[in-house]
Write a new protein. Sequence first.
Length: 250
Amino acid sequence: MKKFYLFLLLFFLITFFAKAQDIEEAAKNVYTEARYHYYLKTILLFNEYLDTDSGSFNTTELRFLHPIANKAWNLRLDLPLISTNSSSDNKTGIGDIGAGISYIPYLEHQNGGIAFRARVISNSATDPARGSGKWVFAPAVFYGKYLKKDKILWISSLENQLSFAGSDNRDDINTTSFENYFMFIMGKNWIAADAAFRYNATNKGFPNNAFLEFGRKITANDMAYIHPSMGFGSHKSYNFGIEVGMLILF
């Protein structure tokens, strides 16, 4: 009987310290800040307004993230509702629905982390004006690191979007983007800056964009942000825009 109780005690201690280590490792996770939380179910709801030379686009999007397996994997679903506004046409409807999966093979608090993502963006828009008319495959690689412990987070990404099916009447998509995101964390608030440099191999253009972001934690699991943005470069996709969003972790 004493051996049985000793076994129970050892089992309890091992379980306790394993739990403590898991909690400690989660607290050191480089991706736990704000919009880069891969270890909880996440709902992101945002509205983005873009001004273009041919009119305006207003996108209301619901994005759902769900960790799977050992939580190194993450599923993503994007459901956009798009309104177009021009001098001759005003329409609202479903845009191109996208789905993706991410994988984090390496994550360490001091040295940063690496992630891979693959997305498929469907040709699902209810009207050609609200979508690309193409099926698009978009692989990406990410690297993230704290530049200053728990204060400045840097995430760099490289993504290629390549169309593989869809309407023959629409331009093929072949765009490579290199993006850098810097988040400055100040208690419950954060300020972020982002610049994305793109090359569109179809029209030989550079549809770049940059934004500033201002965010705040409302509760431990709810956050809100706003970011104004601008497009620049040859064949830019828009002139200026503004996005307002709400992030819910659960």
